[in-house]
Design a protein around this ligand. Structure first.
Ligand SMILES: [Zn+2]
Length: 179
């Protein structure tokens, strides 16, 4: 039986304040602040920050691992000289707006072909402002933008970690607020 919530509490993962049916956070999305996370917040169905900071520590560790993964990916992207590149294309607002997709550079036709939801498409190197230079320079120029966008994500995760560390710096249990 679901007990009606008598109190509200703060999410360990995202800081949202939610009702606590059965003493745990109800389902919710991330706050706008942490918009780089997607979907349902994993802090749901967990104890609120007022009662526990165990999951905060897990969130910090996960974010640190994510940063390491992104750093590795940035390095790979920056070093790649393969004609398989990553480009940003607009797929319509409903389908996700601007997304990063893999594409193949054809240096003869100066086109980058890619497919989105099963449809073959292409973009010219001119449109990507990458028509000049050697093959390697063209590839690096295109991938450089992807690497930069990945690096922006690192900054987001670092900001998130700093925020979480502050929340647990002098952590002690606190009273829950009634609904
Ligand atoms: Zn949350």
């Amino acid at each position: 039986m679901k007990k009606p919530a008598t109190h509200i509490g703060t999410c360990q993962a995202c800081g949202n304040v939610q009702k606590l049916p059965n003493g745990v956070l109800s389902n919710h999305g991330y706050t706008k602040e942490w918009g780089f996370f997607n979907g349902t917040c994993p802090g749901a169905k967990r104890a609120p920050l007022e009662q526990s900071c165990r999951y905060v520590k897990e969130c910090i560790e996960n974010a640190q691992l994510t940063i390491e993964d992104i750093r590795k990916q940035v390095e790979e992207v920056r070093q790649s000289v393969s004609p398989t590149v990553t480009i940003q294309v607009f797929v319509g607002r409903k389908a996700g707006g601007w997304i990063w997709v893999k594409g193949e550079v054809n240096f003869e036709t100066k086109l980058v072909s890619y497919s989105v939801s099963g449809q073959e498409k292409s973009l010219s190197l001119y449109d990507l402002s990458a028509s000049q230079g050697t093959k390697e320079e063209i590839v690096k120029k295109i991938n450089g933008r992807f690497a930069e966008s990945l690096e922006k994500n690192i900054v987001n995760f670092e900001r998130y970690i700093a925020w979480q560390q502050k929340r647990i710096a002098n952590w002690a249990p606190r009273e829950l607020k009634p609904v």
